[in-house]
Design a protein around this ligand. Structure first.
Ligand SMILES: [Zn+2]
Length: 243
């Protein structure tokens, strides 16, 4: 088995970790972007739906009002008819019955007129509401159009930075011993982008567990790659005085 130069491997791994830390940060940022666009789309769609719902409400109110206006004119016609008939009636009783009928119809009409007034007020309120809702919709649409472009530009920029770092990363990984790299990659993926841990004050800075003197000695000997028993990260001493 070919012996690895631990000191050299660690130099590569430290460079690799620096790149990976930046890559993890950039990828996290990149991943958060589509959700921002999605949120803008959701807001736009909600405002659009609110405008539509209000349109339906206005339409229903108009239909109701037209119906009431029709009822009113039908009843007015029938009152006129009754009033014309009034003079042709023979008996006082017939006259009174007809008179009573006319009064009833007039009372109905007065109620319908009140309803129409209420519906007119309602239409006015709904139109005001609609003007506000349309403003909200326009604002949501404007945000979607403008911010989406901005976010997409940011995503493209991040994609570019990520590819650059990935290319730099590939230049280093080919230099690292295969077995060590495999371990590194595994811990990197499992520990959210941190596979390497410096030792400070006799503890692993990845998990803050105290390291036995034996382990510290092994790291100092640079005879093999030493990993933390508790978090599996590859240990190295950044500053001899700190360890
Ligand atoms: Zn640890």
């Amino acid at each position: 088995m070919q012996k690895v130069n631990v000191e050299e491997e660690l130099v590569h791994l430290i460079k690799l970790q620096a790149l990976d830390s930046r890559l993890y940060g950039l990828r996290r940022e990149r991943q958060s972007k589509p959700k921002l666009i999605q949120d803008l789309e959701v807001r736009r769609n909600e405002e659009q739906a609110a405008v539509k719902a209000l349109e339906e409400k206005i339409k229903a109110s108009q239909v109701k009002r037209k119906q009431r206006e029709l009822d009113l004119s039908t009843k007015e016609d029938s009152i006129k008819k009754f009033q014309a008939q009034l003079y042709q009636l023979k008996t006082n009783k017939e006259y009174q019955t007809m008179q009573h009928e006319i009064e009833g119809q007039k009372a109905d009409n007065s109620r319908i007129e009140d309803e129409i007034l209420v519906l007119m007020q309602e239409a006015e309120d709904l139109n005001k509401e609609m003007a506000k809702e349309k403003e909200l919709f326009a604002d949501a649409e404007k945000h979607l159009n403008e911010d989406k472009k901005k976010i997409e530009a940011e995503m493209a920029l991040l994609d570019g930075e990520i590819s650059t770092l990935e290319a730099q990363r590939n230049e280093i990984t080919v230099l690292v011993d295969k077995k060590i790299l495999t371990h590194y990659e595994k811990v990197l993926a499992g520990k959210d982008g941190v596979a390497l841990s410096p030792v400070k004050g006799k503890s692993c800075q990845g998990c803050f567990m105290n390291l036995p003197p034996q382990v510290i000695n092994e790291i100092k000997m640079k005879d093999k790659i030493v990993t933390c028993d508790s978090c599996a990260r590859i240990l190295y001493i950044e500053n001899e005085e700190d360890a």
